[in-house]
Design a binder for this molecule. Structure first.
Ligand SMILES: [Zn+2]
Length: 457
């Protein structure tokens, strides 16, 4: 039995996986959950006592899809990890992409270790034959076993980003290479980019300049067609795949169809907070321009059905922290993506819990529990004795209006700005350390951030 606690949470409603809310206390020692007890249980003395009267304690959100580095590569892990923590995110998995990962990874990891106030891991971007050939080496050396391949960057679309080797052959090669790596998951961006120009050009020529046109130039069936190809090939190679940022009913139906063969390799599905909340008629306009596009109200319903029935595995934000100036253009010229990591929990609570009566247990399954499990994040993703004390204390009825001015991100805008959400974190703890409190990052954390790199292999 622990003799002394660093922190004791009392009067909390604790959400443990599969149990619903249970009133009680949580004792933290050495960054880990040391004890969980009922209200009347005696606990060892603690240096700090946090009274959680009227509040919930949830496992910290794990955001498996952030693009830290797309804003300011020099400082993104500082600003964006703060933005994440303000929203109750305690672990992120960001993307590392370079021509030769063997030469670039250590520096990226070391910079993130200096800057991040939350824990973090990486996926590798697979964009060339060299990446496929060196996949085993870089995976074992750097402790990474998840990857992303961008069907979006085939052909001409890839050329504009400097990629010349992305095609179905590279997908096949990556599936074969990933299969040999323990616990590996190949994530794939699914949009048929070869067909997009045939739909885009007439819309442009007609003078369209609205968010709905962005959906029409890459409609749901172009996503579903790529989803089919990935699931079909992955079934042949027996590789676990992840359809990242899945956005439409049509594409989710395609996954369900492939899963009917119960013996096949796993197909995971990630959706994003924006596909659960924003539709293509949103007043956010170009601020909500993203690939794949935000869709229709029916697609939003389909994403919630998938969260509730388990078809959707995880929620990732696809956070891209660029400046407003890159968005203040017409729909064709505006940059893709937007910030979102700090908004996962508020959107799940507001739209999921309050509006659609989705149980917290269901929300945390996709926002934390399963994410930790499939990505091999040991000690994360659940409130249980022995796990890291990554906790978010939530006021379920707190209402706040999104103001990008106080969100810490390099991005100076949000597609949600001016919108009011009900249900916000009031405190975020990473391995027992309070990182964010009442909408602000702790000054001591700004001075001395202590996020850790999570090796997964
Ligand atoms: Zn993508």
């Amino acid at each position: 039995m622990t003799q002394r606690l660093d922190t004791l949470l009392i009067n909390a409603l604790i959400h443990q996986e599969g149990q619903g809310p249970v009133p009680g206390k949580i004792g933290i020692a050495d960054g880990k959950i040391a004890l969980i007890g009922s209200h009347d249980q005696d606990m060892p003395p603690a240096t700090e006592v946090i009274d959680c009267e009227g509040l919930w304690v949830l496992p910290g959100v794990i955001d498996p899809h952030v693009h830290f580095g797309f804003g300011n590569p020099e400082t993104d892990f500082e600003t964006e990890s703060r933005n994440a923590a303000l929203g109750g995110t305690t672990t992120v998995i960001s993307f590392h992409r370079s021509a030769d990962i063997r030469d670039s990874f250590d520096a990226a990891r070391e910079r993130a270790e200096r800057q991040s106030c939350i824990d973090f891991a990486f996926h590798f971007g697979v964009t060339s034959r060299l990446h496929v050939e060196t996949l085993s080496e870089i995976s074992h050396r750097f402790g990474v076993n998840s990857y992303k391949l961008y069907m979006m960057y085939k052909g001409a679309a890839g050329l504009s980003k400097g990629f010349t080797e992305i095609d179905d052959g590279l997908l096949w090669g990556a599936l074969l290479a990933a299969r040999e790596i323990p616990g590996a998951i190949l994530g794939v961006h699914c949009e048929n980019v070869e067909v997009i120009p045939w739909l885009r050009e007439p819309l442009r020529a007609a003078g369209r300049d609205d968010l709905a046109a962005w959906n029409e130039q890459s409609p749901d069936f172009l996503e579903a067609e790529n989803v089919h190809r990935v699931c079909y090939f992955a079934g042949k190679t027996e590789t676990a795949v992840n359809i990242v940022h899945l956005s439409s009913r049509e594409a989710l139906d395609e996954v369900r169809r492939h899963r009917r063969d119960g013996r096949r390799s796993p197909i995971y599905v990630e959706t994003c907070p924006h596909y659960l909340f924003l539709d293509c008629n949103s007043p956010a306009g170009t601020y909500a321009k993203v690939n794949p596009p935000v869709r229709t109200a029916d697609d939003i319903d389909a994403m919630w059905e998938g969260v509730c029935d388990g078809a959707i595995t995880t929620i990732g934000s696809d956070h891209v922290p660029r400046k407003r100036a890159t968005k203040d253009k017409d729909i064709w010229a505006a940059s893709n993506g937007f910030p979102g990591t700090g908004m996962i929990l508020p959107i799940l609570l507001h739209e999921g819990y309050h509006k659609r009566q989705v149980p917290i247990d269901t929300l945390m399954r996709v926002a934390s529990n399963t994410t930790a499990r499939i990505y091999g994040l040991r000690g994360k993703g659940a409130i249980t004795v022995g796990n890291d004390a990554d906790l978010v204390i939530v006021d379920p009825d707190l209402e706040k209006t999104v103001d990008p001015g106080i969100m810490e991100s390099h991005a100076d805008y949000s597609p949600y700005e001016g919108m009011t959400f009900r249900g916000w974190p009031v405190r975020t703890l990473v391995r027992g350390r309070t990182v964010a409190r009442d909408g602000a990052i702790e000054p001591s954390v700004k001075e001395r951030p202590s996020g850790r790199y999570l090796r997964r292999l």
